[in-house]
Design a protein around this ligand. Structure first.
Ligand SMILES: *Cc1c(COP(=O)(O)O)cnc(C)c1O
Length: 364
């Protein structure tokens, strides 16, 4: 048995247009794009489209996704985005051409593993400019570590340096942050006596600078996923108007399983919900609502779903129920009806990682 709903539809022409727009703009400014596939769980079909649209490289935080794409015949090179665990270094060397690195001990272990396997491996050294996730914090320590890789680790090739912003600390990539990165790159280059191949300015949030035409010259690499797959964060959360990117490449269809008018405020003593949280509820009086046959286990944060029907509010739900307020929805919904939603990054991540959410690729 395979359930028919929720059904995940992937609209390839919209994805292609997004990729062509974003990669085209980056290429014009001499920026190579690593197409990041982890948001859609490394779907080979999407990886393939990234390559067709001009990505010079594919990236994921997970080696398993890279292996799956390689087995599907999608040509690399592949970049490992999550700084690796020492326990997985041999797999990194065997399957990834390049990895991000931020720890001297791991780099020594990487050199040792390369020696065991008689292979070489490329690294991009990460510096932290305020977002407080991965990366060296002290600038001298960072430059010394780059020199150390160059001079002391014969099997590890220093391909370049990079930064990550807008992930943990929500820090905006600005021209100043990018200039900072370039200054650090020049220090490294002065010490090693050659140019770095890669100066990697960040993820989708750094694409803003390319869009505005303010990315400083010298940043020659970005690692981009969300801005092409969902294209929601910059256009909706940042409110950038003229990007012309489709936000409906990933659509989830769910089936209605109950329609009823109920109070909007729970009745009785409020404790915790199914996930141990204490949500707040708005009392809007009696409202018409419906339940769909999927839930948080399928799509993560349901509140981030974008309903295609007007007048619909996603109220929440639990692992396997999604509850909507449809009081102001002009469609007369009943059990068995199908409703559509565009997905945010979070929703896409969950929906694509489940094997029991059927997928349909739409090519026209
Ligand atoms: C996930 C990730 C990216 C891509 O992020 P998007 O927001 O999808 O563009 C880039 N770099 C690193 C280090 C990442 O972990």
């Amino acid at each position: 048995m395979e359930r028919q709903f929720p059904l995940l539809e992937i609209h390839m022409p919209h994805l292609r247009q997004n990729m062509e727009t974003v990669i085209g703009k980056c290429t014009q400014r001499n920026i190579r794009v690593c197409g990041v596939i982890k948001g859609c769980s490394g779907m080979p079909e999407v990886a393939n489209l990234f390559r067709q649209c001009g990505c010079s490289e594919l990236g994921s935080s997970r080696i398993e996704e890279i292996i799956r794409c390689r087995e599907a015949g999608i040509p690399g090179p592949y970049l490992l985005l999550r700084i690796p665990m020492i326990s997985e270094l041999e797999d990194v060397i065997q399957n990834c051409d390049t990895s991000l690195q931020s720890d001297a001990m791991v780099l020594d272990a990487l050199e040792a593993a390369c020696c065991r396997l008689e292979k070489t491996h490329r690294v991009i050294m990460m510096v932290d400019l305020g977002d407080l996730r991965e990366g060296f914090w002290n600038r001298d320590e960072f430059v010394n570590a780059c020199v150390y890789v160059e001079k002391n680790l014969p099997h590890v090739h220093l391909a370049g340096i990079g930064v990550n912003l807008g992930c943990y600390g929500s820090i905006q990539p600005t021209q100043d942050k990018m200039k900072n990165l370039l200054t650090i790159a020049h220090h490294v280059e002065a010490r090693i006596g050659r140019e770095l191949e890669v100066i990697s300015g960040g993820a989708s949030s750094s694409y803003t600078l390319v869009h505005w035409g303010t990315m400083p010259e010298g940043i020659n690499h970005l690692r981009l996923g969300e801005c092409m797959l969902n294209a929601r964060d910059l256009q909706v959360e940042w409110g950038i108007r003229n990007m012309n990117l489709h936000m409906d490449s990933f659509v989830l269809k769910g089936e209605v399983i109950e329609v009823r008018t109920k109070p909007s405020y729970p009745v009785g003593q409020i404790v915790i919900d199914a996930f141990g949280r204490r949500p707040t509820y708005v009392d809007r009086g009696n409202r018409k609502r419906c339940i769909l046959g999927f839930g948080r286990a399928d799509v993560g944060d349901m509140e981030r779903l974008q309903p295609h029907d007007e007048g619909v509010i996603v109220l929440g739900g639990s692992s396997d129920h999604c509850i909507l307020d449809i009081e102001n929805c002009p469609r007369k919904l009943k059990p068995g009806d199908i409703m559509e939603f565009s997905l945010s990054y979070n929703n896409m991540l969950y929906a694509t990682s489940r094997t029991d959410v059927p997928r349909k690729f739409i090519y026209e």
